[in-house]
Design a binder for this molecule. Structure first.
Ligand code: SF4
Length: 381
C-alpha cells in the first residue's frame, strides 16, 4: 500500500481537526529545503543556479525543527538541493521522526547507499528517490550517464533493509506514454511502495526551457499513460486518486499553494514551493501576509501551465475529505481516460510575470557578506 493506514488515519484526523476549528488555510506537507547545493545539475531544475554564497548556506538542525514546529504539518518532505549533502541530515530526520511526523527524504540516490546506515526503517520515514523514467529517460533528464543504475541499486539495498521507498517521477513533453507505463511496471516489480508523479514546473531559470508541458499536453499525456495501466489502478501511487483524476483533465481544481509551504535558506517562500516571489520571516507571516489571490492559474502568468503535485495535491486531498464518494468512485473505477475534459481556467485576466529572482539573490548575498564580516570582526585574533 503506497500510503499506510496509520499515515492515512493521522492525516485524515488532522484535516478533520482543521476543518472543525474553521481554519480556512492550513498546511499539509512542509517542504523543507535545508540547502540548495546538489551533486547533479539536471536540465529541468530551477533550484540550484545560485551563487556560491547561497549554495554554501545550510539550515541548521534547530532551524529545521523550529520550522517543523512552527508549521505543524503532519508530513515533511525534505528536498533541496541534495539533502544527503547536509552533514546533519540524520539529526534533522530523527528530530522530525521523534515528533511523529511523516518524513519523505528526497534524494537523487547518488549518496544513498553510503549514508543509508544513518537511518532506521520506520513507519514515519520514506526514501523518495528521484527517477524520471527508464535508464535512458532518467539519465537524459539528470544529464549524467549511470545515475539510473546507481539509483536502482540503492533502492534494492534500501528495500532489503526494510525501508519504505517511493520514487519521485517528473515528466516533460518528450515523455512517451508507452515507455512511462512500462517504467511504472518496472518500479512495481522492484517492490517500490509508491510512485509520486508530476508534470515538471516550467522554472524560468531551468537550463532547458523547451521540454516543459502545457496543461493541455499534460492532460493528454496522463490519459495516455493511465489508459495503459487499467486507468491507473495497475500501479501504486503515493498520491490521491483525485489528484490523478485532475492530471487526466477530469477536475477543474485551483491550486492550494499554502498546502505545501516551503522553508529554505531565504526564509518562508512566497507563494509556494515552485515560485519564489518573496520571503517571510515566519510561518505566520507567510500565511497572513501573502496575497494568495495574486497567484494561481488564471491569476498570474507564471502559473499558467502549472499542474504540479505540490500545488494541487492539497486541493485534491481536501476534496476527497469533503466528498468521500467522489474519491471512492475514482478508486474503484480508476481514472477516466476518455470523454470530455473539465473546462480549462481562462487566462485572460492573469497579471503579467514579474522577474524578482535577481533582486532576492542580491539581497541575500549582501546579507551573508555582512554577517560573515561581523563574525570575522568579533572573532579574537
Ligand atoms: S499555480 Fe499555484 S502551485 Fe503552481 S506555481 Fe502558481 S501558485 Fe504555485
Amino acid at each position: 500500500m503506497a500510503i499506510p493506514l496509520l499515515q492515512k488515519a493521522r492525516i485524515g484526523a488532522y484535516i478533520l481537526g482543521q476543518q472543525l476549528t474553521g481554519r480556512r488555510r492550513y498546511p499539509l506537507v512542509l517542504m523543507l529545503e535545508p540547502l540548495f547545493r546538489c551533486n547533479l545539475a539536471c536540465a529541468g531544475c530551477g533550484k540550484i543556479d545560485y551563487p556560491a554564497e547561497i549554495l554554501n548556506q545550510r539550515l541548521s538542525v534547530d532551524e529545521c525543527l523550529a520550522a517543523v514546529d512552527e508549521c505543524g504539518a503532519p508530513v515533511v518532505s525534505i528536498a533541496g538541493g541534495e539533502p544527503l549533502l547536509h552533514k546533519e541530515i540524520e539529526a534533522i530526520v530523527s528530530g522530525i521522526v521523534a515528533r511523529r511526523k511523516f518524513v519523505y527524504l528526497c534524494t537523487n540516490a547518488l549518496l544513498m547507499q553510503k549514508r543509508m546506515g544513518l537511518f532506521k526503517p520506520s513507519p514515519y520515514f520514506v526514501w523518495s528517490v528521484h527517477l524520471d523514467g527508464d535508464r535512458e529517460m532518467h539519465d537524459r533528464s539528470v544529464c549524467e550517464d549511470g545515475v539510473y543504475e546507481r539509483a536502482v541499486t540503492a533502492i534494492r539495498a534500501a528495500k532489503a533493509r526494510g525501508f519504505r521507498v517511493n520514487i519521485n517521477c517528473t515528466l516533460f513533453n518528450d515523455a512517451d506514454p508507452e515507455r512511462v507505463a512500462r517504467f511504472f511496471d518496472t518500479v512495481r516489480e522492484l517492490g517500490i511502495d509508491g510512485i509520486t508523479v508530476s508534470p515538471g514546473y516550467a522554472y524560468e531559470r531551468a537550463p532547458d526551457q523547451e521540454h516543459f508541458l502545457t496543461r493541455a499536453k499534460t492532460k493528454r499525456l496522463f490519459r495516455d499513460i493511465f489508459r495503459r495501466g487499467r486507468n491507473a489502478r495497475a500501479w501504486s501511487f503515493s498520491q490521491s486518486g483525485l489528484f490523478l483524476d485532475f492530471l487526466a483533465g477530469n477536475r477543474d481544481y485551483r491550486c492550494t499553494p499554502w498546502g505545501n509551504p516551503t522553508r529554505n535558506v531565504f526564509g518562508w517562500q512566497r507563494p509556494c514551493y515552485l515560485l519564489g516571489e518573496g520571503y517571510a520571516a515566519s510561518f505566520r507571516e507567510l500565511m497572513d501576509g501573502t496575497d494568495w489571490d495574486a497567484f494561481g492559474t488564471g491569476n498570474y502568468e507564471k502559473c499558467a501551465d502549472c499542474m504540479v503535485h505540490s500545488g494541487y495535491e492539497a486541493t485534491a486531498v481536501q476534496d476527497a475529505v469533503r466528498h468521500p464518494l467522489r474519491a471512492l468512485t475514482v478508486r474503484l473505477r480508476g481514472v477516466r481516460t476518455e470523454g470530455a475534459m473539465a473546462p480549462e481556467i481562462p487566462l485572460t485576466s492573469q497579471r503579467p510575470a514579474q522577474y524578482v529572482f535577481s533582486r532576492h539573490v542580491e539581497q541575500k548575498v549582501a546579507e551573508i557578506r555582512v554577517r560573515e564580516a561581523d563574525s570575522k570582526a568579533s572573532t579574537p585574533a
